[in-house]
Structure formats: C-alpha cells, structure tokens
Design a protein around this ligand. Structure first.
Ligand code: ADP
Length: 396
C-alpha cells in the first residue's frame, strides 16, 4: 500500500511516499517558502535528487507540483494519483477530542478548526493541507495523526495544573503535550529492542524543540511540554520551564508588552538567549574552545534533562531504558554524556566509547551490565504517521 505522508506548516509542506508494510520510502521532499517571492521544491526518489526554485503562492499550488513530480514518467513513483491509498496528515493539536488516529470527516475538520485557538500557528496550515489533499487525492482515505494524542493517556494527576478547576473544565487549560508521534515511534522501537511491552522507558526528544516522556507499558504517563510548546527542557530558542512571576515582573515592573514577552520567551531565549547561538554544534565548538557562557548553557541544558530523568524514574518507580532521539539526541555525544553523567545511583551507566560512535542506526550505548539500557533511536515521524495510517486503513 502506498501512503502519502504530509506535514503542512504555515510556509512549508514536507512529504513522503511510503510503501507499507515494508516501510520503503519511495519519494520524499519539501516545498518551502510558500507565499514568499522565492519558493523552492526539493524532491528525492531513490538516487534522483532535484530542486526547483519557483514562487509557490499557496499550498494548493505546492501540492499540485508535488503530484506532478510524483507522477513524472522518468523520476516519479506513481502511475496514477489513485496509487495513493492513504494520505496521512500530521495535525499538531487534537485537544481533548482526539485520543487516537482518525479518518478525516467533516466533523473531524470542524473540530480541528475549533482547536485553532490552542494551536494558532499549526492547526490552520494542517487543515489547509487536508483540504487540498482531499481534492487532489479524492479517492484516498484521509487520516489525521495528532501530535497530542499519544499523551491523551496521561493520568489526571499528571495533566492537571493546580489552577482553579473551572479553568480546566470550561476553558480547557491543561497539559496536552507535543512531539507525540516521535515519542510514540521511538518508544515502540525501544520496546522492540527490550523485547517486552511491560516496560518503563523515558524518551528524550532533543531537536529545536525538546521534550521528554515517561512511557509505562507503551503509554505516555508523564511529559515535559504542557498547554503549549514552551515548558520543561531548555530548547533552541524557547526557555522551557520558568517561574510565571518573571512574566508579570517583565510586564508590570519593566513595562514589556505581552507580545514582547512572548517573543522573548519563545524566540530569543533557550540556547540562543544563553549564548547568542541556537545551533548546538556551534555552542559545543565554542565551549570546547573555552567559552564559559557556552559551557554554562550546555550545563543548564543537560542538568534539566538529568533532573527530569530522575523525576520520571520516581513517577514510574523504575526504569528499563532511556532513549535519545532527534537532531541533538541522535548526534550530540556531548549532551548525552552530560545528561547521563553521575546517574549510576539510578542504574544508568553510559559506555563512553559506544556513545562517541556516530551512526544512523538504532543502538545501545549503555555499559555492559548497566541496569538501565541507554538507546539512541533516530526518530522517524513520517514512518510513524504512515504506520498509523496503515493500521487504521487495514483494520477497518
Ligand atoms: P527540528 O526540531 O527542527 O526537527 P532537529 O531534530 O533537526 O530539529 O534538530 C536540530 C538540532 O540538532 C540543532 O540544534 C542542531 O544543532 C542539532 N544537531 C544536529 N546535528 C548535530 C551534531 N552533529 N552535534 C550536535 N548537535 C547537532
């Protein structure tokens, strides 16, 4: 079965055509700078790679170009649009409404629209992608896979903020969590590597956005992002957890507007705020050369991960494995080493040599005899979406 996976952002569409059940990536690419004067479409199928630079006025135009590339006689991977049996859409916010992957109906679209307020940057372009794909791949089953739904298994005591309950019940203010497709995918891979579903795992997704999940017996039971995408760990440009008093101090005492504060905490903070750089490679290089602020930023970053490992081990009363994933988690031996340092009390012992090896493979980097296994598992959200779409389409 050929599945088209679409991740439609405000100015980009990431796409992949994946053949299930053999998990073959037939084609992949990116439409970028939608709506700007200079757009680009990148396409890859097997060894063939091609980029065209053309303005892409809107998502409709972008997706039409993608379809033309996929149908191309020489480098395409489809004979007919009908070859696509399922289109899997990443939808960032499913609120309380979606606990699992679902077929897209008018009701589902209305609900995604109702959730625009909770994810104003993401849900609107996600819905646009759905509407365009419904027209272009009209005979295919359209499936929505939500970034939040993996975390709908959080227990009430974990997802409820200690604010008046009416705010939760009437205004839907609670923890939702994000990066769920990635946490679900890597935790499933880790369960397979451990060889047992009854397991206590901590998944650590470290990209530009960062989050951690406590996964007990395959279910998310705690998570570091909350109502929005700025809580918990230190991220590329987001501050992660801070005391809410700082926000009121900035507004009431220092005269910042709420828009200013939002901009500072989400776009100018995190590793960027601490060092002037958001790319971890640059920060690591500077720290190595003796830059004290960069070293401090790495210390803060790793310390937050380490504390969260401790707190999730307590939540689950045990730990079988921790999993590092996404750009930093997969590639930075420095952050992995710092985050795992001095955790032998919890049975976490890193093998420094295995940690230093660079690879794209799933791997175990714990010491022989470490009670807790330490895995590096490259995330693959597209494959996660395709697998969900395949599961739903074949079980119905
Ligand atoms: P996104 O959240 O945008 O998908 P990614 O998962 O691609 O982000 O992760 C981006 C982050 O990964 C950047 O901070 C980048 O510096 C970091 N990264 C990528 N490769 C390396 C590397 N070799 N060493 C350290 N950090 C890396």
């Amino acid at each position: 079965m050929k599945i088209l996976v679409l991740n439609s952002g405000s100015s980009s569409i990431k796409f992949q055509v994946i053949e299930k059940p053999n998990d073959l990536i037939l084609a992949s690419g990116l439409v970028e700078k939608i709506g700007l004067s200079e757009g680009a479409i990148h396409y890859k199928a097997g060894d063939y790679q091609h980029t065209v630079h053309i303005p892409v006025p809107d998502h409709q135009f972008g997706l039409e170009k993608v379809a033309i590339l996929l149908l191309d006689k020489e480098h395409g991977v489809l004979k007919d649009v009908k070859d696509i049996e399922v289109v899997g859409h990443r939808v960032v916010h499913g609120g309380n409404a979606f606990t699992k992957t679902t077929f897209i109906t008018d009701k589902v679209k209305d609900k995604i629209k109702e959730l625009f307020d909770l994810a104003p940057l993401h849900n609107p372009p996600n819905l646009t992608g759905i509407e365009v794909a419904e027209e272009m791949f009209a005979h295919a089953k359209q499936v929505a896979v939500f970034d939040t739904s993996f975390h709908q298994s959080l227990p009430e005591k974990a997802y409820t903020y200690a604010i008046p309950l009416s705010l939760r019940d009437e205004k839907n203010i609670r923890m939702y969590g994000f990066h769920g497709i990635s946490h679900q995918y890597v935790s499933e891979q880790a369960i397979a590597m451990l060889g047992k579903t009854e397991s206590k795992i901590i998944t650590i997704h470290l990209g530009n956005g960062c989050s951690m999940t406590a996964v007990e017996n395959g279910k998310s039971v705690d998570h570091s992002l909350g109502f929005g995408p700025n809580d918990g760990l230190v991220m590329g440009t987001r501050c992660g957890a801070i005391d809410s008093s700082i926000i009121f101090y900035l507004i009431n005492q220092l005269g910042y507007t709420s828009e200013n504060v939002n901009n500072i905490l989400s776009k100018k903070s995190g590793m960027l705020g601490l060092t002037g750089e958001s790319d971890l490679r640059a920060i690591e290089a500077k720290a190595e050369a003796g830059d004290k602020e960069c070293q401090l930023a790495l210390d803060i970053n790793a310390y937050r991960i380490k504390k969260t490992i401790g707190s999730y081990a307590a939540s689950m009363n045990g730990l079988d494995a921790i999993v590092f994933t996404a750009g930093i988690g997969e590639n930075s031996d420095v952050i992995r080493r710092m985050a795992c340092d001095n955790l032998d009390y919890l049975g976490i012992e890193l093998d420094l040599e295995k940690n230093a090896v660079r690879s794209k493979e799933h791997r175990d980097i714990s010491k022989e005899g470490s009670k807790v296994r330490i895995f590096v598992i490259p995330t693959n959200e597209e494959l996660g979406i395709a697998s969900e779409g395949y599961r739903l389409a074949t079980e119905s």
